[in-house]
Design a protein around this ligand. Sequence first.
Ligand code: DC
Length: 231
Amino acid sequence: MDNKKKIIVAIDGFSSCGKSTFAKAIAAKLGYIFIDTGAMYRAVTLYALENGAIVDGELNQELLIGLLPKIEISFAFNAERGASDIYVNGELAEDKIRTIEVSNCVSKVSQIRQVREKLVALQQQMGQHRGVVMDGRDIATVVFPDAELKLFMTADARVRAERRYAELKAKGDEVTFDEVLDNVISRDNADVNREISPLRRADDAIELDNSYMSVEEQMAWFMERYQQIVG
Ligand code: DC
C-alpha cells in the first residue's frame, strides 16, 4: 500500500449508521488514520456540561463561546481498540462522550458557528497530509470538498436505533428503545435542518444504504470504488 498515492476518504451520513465502525475498518485496511469528527462535537458538549454552559438541557451559548479557547482536543492511538481515543484538555473522554445525556445535547452545540469553525479548522489540519478516513456530517461538503472519495451513508431509522440501543445496553446504560429512537430521529432532523453546514449528500458522493449489509459486504463495496481511484 505504501507506494500508492494517499487520498482522503470522506464519509458523511445520518447518526448511528455505522459510519465510525466502517471508517475504522477502512482505515485499518488502508493503513490510514481514522478521525471521528462526531467525537469532537461530543467532546465540546461534554465540556459544556461539565463547566456550566448546559444546565438542565439548556445551553448558554455566550458562555460556551467564551469557553471555546480553553478547550483543547487531542487524539491518541489505542492499540487495543484499533482506533484513537479522544482527550479533552489531556483527560481521556472516550467513554464520557457516548452517554445519552451528551447525545441529547450535542445537536444544540453543533449548530453554533464558532464551535464548527474551531473544529473544522482542526479537522483540516489533521487531514493536511491526506491518508485519512474522516467521518461526520459535513466532511465532503465543507471540511474536505476536494476529497478523492466521498461516501454518503444511510440506513433505516429503526435499524439504526436498534444498533445504538444494543450498544448502550451492552455498556450498562439505563435507556429504553423509544428514548434511543427519539434521539436518532431528532438528531436527523437537527442535522438536516440546521442553518450552518446542514447534513446533505455532496453532488459527487456515492450513496451507501447499509441497513441490511454486513461490514464485510460494505468493505467489498468500498474496495471496488477505492481501486478505481487509486489503481
Ligand atoms: O457521529 P455522532 O453521532 O457521534 O455525532 C454526534 C453529533 O455531532 C451529531 O448529532 C451531529 C454532530 N456532528 C456534526 O454536526 N458534524 C460532524 N462533522 C460530525 C458530527
